[in-house]
Design a protein around this ligand. Structure first.
Ligand SMILES: CCCCCCCCCCCCC[C@H](O)CC(=O)SCCNC(=O)CCNC(=O)[C@H](O)C(C)(C)COP(=O)(O)OP(=O)(O)OC[C@H]1O[C@@H](n2cnc3c(N)ncnc32)[C@H](O)[C@@H]1OP(=O)(O)O
Length: 718
């Protein structure tokens, strides 16, 4: 079935309006491209047509090339057939002018189409950008050549390398669009502009050949040299930003047509890269997390949430309150006394101020957001709340009492959410008759920054509550994953072996700092030991007891944290942990750490292992992450998570796993289930149960299928 099309309407004034129509974002599918080529060929051949206006249906110009079509292009496609032969030689060099009428979005190939046109008219709020590098590719329809010629080299590099979009209003100031008008006037304005080009009342610009915005070669070299340094710093493990810079340079040094050809050939290469396959997987995986079979496809409509209540103004509670008021929800924050309440409100103010400092919140909006917050010491103001999120200390009895109280004050449809990260939701709701509306809303610290929200369901949680929370997640710009109820839920559970594996290696002789370095080089934001310092050893020691109880026999119990805590080293907050910290919290290696490690080895009864001390960097990565993959397989096997791609999203957005590797399971699949199984199996023979591969993994290794493959018999817990 055709995926989208273009239509052409020839107006009495002789302008042919070609409209891209491929809901929901008017992506350039192969069908749309074919239809566009047919309509353009006809428009250029007809004598009754003087000019062309290109626009998009339903208030959106074009969201770019159809990302799902990568790898599906015709095998015999001649390199540059679209970008050079059609867009440049037919459209841009045509004897009839084209004007783009942009509303909503003009992204990627969409903006590239618009830049081929001889002028661009936009609505003020339209979003324009070239986000291709977020997909591990580069603009492939002339964007690397035309954008620098329209907005200047520095701005073009910023937009492409940072995937930065700009609004129509700002685009006009930059010269990317020629005029801004309302949506109602847009097409008429574009038609008038096109006719004035015909009548020589407006300039007929071919962006590819403009040079007025390009600096001289010496300055070009300087700008690109700086860009390369930045690109290498920001993305040591990926090549496409540097390729983008090289393509831009080719077009300036050797001419735009040479640039177009290099762009085409480089784009073809990058499209095949594992990085691009990983990032394209992540793009769709993120959007798939809110599709829950038998829940979101049952016709339920999310109930409107206007007012929320947060219980507990600590680090998490204040973060959650912050993200809610930032997104215009009215919030009641309850604490147990004035002092704690004031501290919580001050935390929220500080959070808002940090957004102002980052330019993500206008100073004039600061007071408006704060006015949405009301601090209370009792439940009186809970009577008209639509959702309550409990974020108090991890004390089961306290939580049970809170939910019992909530039943007395809140209306019967109010959602009862808990931000607990370790306590069984069934136990929390035990003293209520509201199990159907009890749900986990597990935010990741800091809650107003981390993009992931784990929605944890018991067997009693109603589908309506899940649909409501999914809608709330979207409204507060969180990516949700819906998971079942177990110790650690999905994210913390699959990652509990991460720190334990790192401690195992260090107990057996590996160096803490080398291990952290290797894991950072792999792409994590920091190594496991630096992360332990950041989180604090108290949290780690408290939570690991839960895992020892729930998953006995497959935990590695190191004594290193205990030994450090006994010497008042509890991590970054005490200025000493695995690292030592100066008063600016800069971490440095600690020459005294060895004595603690030695003591840990002795208490664990392990010796330095010559084999482990000779591990390659790749071995270290695999010995730390394969146990995590193994536990993630168990999370899937028990139906705690619905699909492997949800765990990819969770690993990236909850733990900082590198997105350019596609997420934990996509990365493991790139190595192969059998390879992962064999490595774990070999280690388990030498080092015990901690590494023993689970049945889910064994089945897929035997069958030669991916970890994402469904097999019969797995019952969802959702
Ligand atoms: C005739 C034969 C010719 C053969 C030769 C052809 C040669 C062509 C060579 C091409 C070379 C490359 C050209 C170009 O430079 C490369 C690109 O354009 S890559 C894509 C660039 N665009 C983007 O990255 C934008 C991605 N999308 C977004 O940022 C957002 O979706 C949005 C557009 C801002 C909208 O956001 P929201 O409103 O929140 O909606 P969602 O994000 O949830 O999306 C809704 C829905 O749409 C799907 N979708 C969105 N964008 C695309 C896309 N570009 N391609 C495919 N699908 C897209 C998204 O997955 C959602 O789907 P759903 O979950 O609802 O199923």
């Amino acid at each position: 079935m055709a995926r989208g099309t273009t239509t052409m309407e020839v107006r009495a004034d002789g302008v042919a309006v070609i409209t891209i129509s491929n809901p929901p974002v008017n992506a350039l599918s192969l069908d749309v491209i074919a239809s566009l080529q047919r309509n353009y060929t006809e428009a250029l051949s007809r004598n009754d047509i003087k000019a062309i206006v290109l626009t998009g249906a339903k208030g959106r110009f074009c969201g770019g090339f159809d990302i799902s079509a990568f790898g599906k292009k015709p095998k015999n496609e001649k390199p540059g057939s679209m970008s050079i032969d059609f867009l440049t030689d037919i459209v841009e060099d045509a004897h009839k002018p084209s004007v783009a009428a942009i509303d909503g979005i003009a992204l990627g190939g969409g903006l590239e189409l618009a830049m081929v046109c001889h002028a661009r008219i936009s609505t003020p709020s339209a979003q324009l950008g070239l986000p291709e590098l977020q997909l591990g590719i580069i603009p492939g329809l002339g964007g690397t050549q035309r954008l620098p010629r329209l907005v200047g080299l520095p701005k073009a590099i910023e937009m492409m390398l940072m995937s930065k979009t700009i609004k129509g209003m700002g685009a006009q100031e930059l010269g990317l669009v020629d005029a801004v008008t309302s949506a109602n006037e847009l097409v008429n304005a574009a038609c008038s502009w096109a006719l004035e080009i015909v009548e020589k009342k407006k300039p007929w610009f071919r962006s590819l050949h403009r040079t007025d915005k390009l600096p001289d070669l010496a300055e070009v070299k300087d700008v690109l040299k700086f860009a390369r340094v930045q690109a290498k710093m920001k993305g040591a493990n990926v090549q496409h930003p540097i390729v983008c810079i090289d393509v831009i340079e080719e077009g300036i040094v050797s001419g735009p047509r040479a640039g177009l050809m290099k762009e085409t050939l480089s784009g073809k290469m990058l499209e095949q890269s594992q990085t691009s396959k990983s990032l394209r997987h992540f793009f769709f995986a993120q959007r798939a997390t809110s599709k829950i079979p038998n829940i979101t496809n049952m016709g339920l409509t999310a109930r409107k949430i206007k007012k929320a209540a947060i219980i507990g103004g600590g680090l998490m509670g204040s973060g959650i309150a912050t993200i809610l008021i930032l997104n215009n929800f009215s919030v009641v924050l309850k604490e147990v006394n004035e002092e704690f309440l004031s501290t919580g409100i001050n935390r929220i103010k500080a959070n808002l101020q940090s957004f102002v400092k980052k330019g993500q919140l206008a100073i004039e909006d600061y007071k408006k957001k704060l006015s949405l917050l009301c601090g209370v010491l009792d439940y009186e103001q809970f009577r008209d709340t639509d959702v309550v999120i409990e974020a108090v200390i991890e004390d089961m009895f306290l939580k049970q009492q809170i939910f019992s109280d909530l039943e007395k004050y809140c209306h019967h449809n109010c959602i009862f959410a808990t931000n607990t990260s370790t306590i069984d939701l069934n136990i929390i709701g035990e003293k209520t008759a509201s199990q159907d509306r009890i749900v986990g809303a597990h935010f990741f610290s800091p809650a107003h920054v981390m993009p992931l929200l784990e929605i944890v369901c018991t067997h009693h949680t109603s589908s309506q509550v899940i649909v409501d929370l999914l809608d709330l997640a979207k409204k507060i710009q969180k990516t949700p994953i819906v998971v079942g109820n177990c110790t650690g839920f999905a994210v913390n559970r699959m990652f509990f072996p991460y720190a334990q594996a790192a401690c195992f290696l260090v107990d057996h002789g590996l160096d803490v700092y080398h291990t952290d370095h290797v894991i950072t080089q792999f792409g994590m934001p920091m190594g496991p030991f630096r992360l332990a310092d950041l989180v604090g050893f108290g949290v780690a020691i408290a939570t690991r007891k839960q895992y020892y109880q729930s998953y006995p026999g497959r935990c590695y119990k190191s004594m290193i944290l205990q030994i450090l805590v006994e010497d008042n080293r509890t991590g970054e907050s005490s200025r000493k942990g695995f690292y030592v910290y100066d008063n600016k919290r800069k971490a440095s290696r600690d020459p005294d750490l060895g004595k603690y490690i030695e003591k840990s080895r002795n208490m664990a009864g392990v010796m330095q292992d010559p084999k482990l001390m000779k591990l390659t960097d790749n071995d270290i990565v695999e010995m730390i992450f394969f146990p995590v993959v193994n536990e993630a397989c168990r999370v899937l096997d028990e139906g705690i998570a619905l699909k492997a791609s949800d765990l990819d999203v969770a690993s990236i957005m909850g733990m900082g796993f590198p997105s350019y590797r596609g997420g934990l399971m996509f990365w493991a699949d790139s190595l192969g289930a059998k390879y992962v199984y064999d490595r774990l199996d070999a280690w388990s023979k030498d080092y015990g149960e901690f590494f023993r591969p689970c049945e889910y993994l064994a089945v897929r290794a035997r069958q030669g299928v991916s970890l994402a493959a469904k097999v019969d018999g797995v019952k969802s817990r959702l």
